[in-house]
Ligand binder design. Structure first.
Ligand code: NAP
Length: 315
């Protein structure tokens, strides 16, 4: 059964998304390898993740993106590579791309993106090259002729949503809420384990080869006004809505030092510019994952993390 399934090498299994990807890969019965740095074994949280994944069948390969020989050794055992390093390490994937070229056996690469589509965002004057770095990796993959799938999942439900998109808060507000822009522009929230399940579904699917898979189901696509209205109905109380204009938000972004201002940049991009929803998915180079894989049951109640946060704050 597993013979027909690609062998997956996942880089970053001790991280947030990488751990979910490894679990999803093992659940889908892919032979799965995880590239793990030596330093991870001395961190109790990372060691715990490594042990959980090993018990579920993950094969650990010691190595690093900065050690080409270890990379080649790992790549030779795989068909597909999924990278889930953090955004600040996106450029480290250049070494991975050159190692994939050398290994010559990789049938598909999914680079570390997992957010808004870097080729579609319109905040390059504000984002300190956050998205252009990811686009640069895309162009390198394409110029090297490495088969790929790009995954654009938009926001994780664990990001921004637990505070109802209120920078500085740990839990959703119960009296006043700040709304950025007119509050009618929609963003998208997807649970990380669902992002992982959809990502793993693409790896052997010819319909996603050399394409971008976006995740944008209508039930998970909400404006700030809609988020607040749903929250009000959950807690049975109206909040006072304070609107921050685009100009005021831009001023706050300029006045807040980098990288602390990046949360405001992401809010501006999604909820003022509409970067996650303004374009149609073009079938010549893109697919929408929830339409392509209707059997995957993903979380549509994006308020679950909010309710959890609230319950914790009442304890
Ligand atoms: N859409 C959203 O809302 C959202 C939110 C956050 C992140 N993201 C995206 O999700 C992706 C993954 O981010 P994350 O937050 O899950 O990352 P993370 O938790 O910081 O994990 C990064 C992983 O990369 C590994 N790593 C780092 N340097 C490495 C190297 N030189 N060689 C091998 N492995 C290395 C780390 O290993 P060690 O354990 O050894 O350090 C760790 O396992 C990124 O593309 C990020 O932009 C999206």
């Amino acid at each position: 059964m597993t013979d027909s399934k690609s062998k997956l090498l996942i880089i970053g299994v001790t991280g947030n998304l990488g751990f979910e990807l490894a679990n999803a890969s093992l659940n889908a019965s892919h032979p799965t390898l995880g590239l793990v740095r030596d330093s991870a074994f001395s961190d109790p949280n990372k060691l715990h993740k490594i042990q959980l994944l090993s018990d579920s069948g993950l094969k650990i390969v010691k190595g690093s993106l900065h050690d080409e020989e270890s990379l080649i050794e790992a790549l030779k055992q795989a068909d597909v590579v999924i990278c889930a390093v953090a955004s600040k390490q996106v450029h480290d994937q250049k070494a991975l791309i050159s190692a994939m070229k050398r290994a010559g056996c990789i049938k598909r690469f999914i680079p570390s993106e997992f957010g808004s589509d870097p080729d579609r965002t319109r905040v390059s004057h504000l984002d300190h090259n956050f998205y252009s770095r990811k686009s640069e990796i895309r162009r390198l993959v394409e110029s090297q002729g490495i088969p790929y799938t790009y995954v654009c999942c938009n926001f994780y439900t664990s990001y921004l949503l637990p505070s109802l998109v209120q920078p500085g808060l740990q839990a959703p507000p119960r009296d006043n809420v700040t709304i950025f822009g007119d509050g009618n522009v929609r963003g998208v929230f997807m649970k990380e384990s669902d992002v992982a399940a959809f990502t793993i579904s693409t790896v052997d699917d010819p319909r996603t080869l050399n394409k971008t898979m976006s995740l944008r189901p209508p039930g998970n696509t909400l404006s700030m006004n809609e988020l607040v209205t749903v929250w009000e109905s959950k807690i049975g109380k109206k909040l006072e809505r304070n609107y921050i204009s685009e100009e005021e938000l831009l001023k706050r972004i300029q006045e807040t030092p980098y990288p602390d201002n990046m949360q405001l940049v992401f809010i501006y991009s999604a909820f003022v510019k509409g970067d996650q929803t303004y374009y149609d998915i073009d079938s010549s180079n893109g697919v929408e994952g929830t339409q392509l894989y209707p059997h995957i049951k993903y979380k549509t109640d994006v308020f679950l993390p909010l309710i959890h946060t609230c319950a914790m704050s009442l304890l």
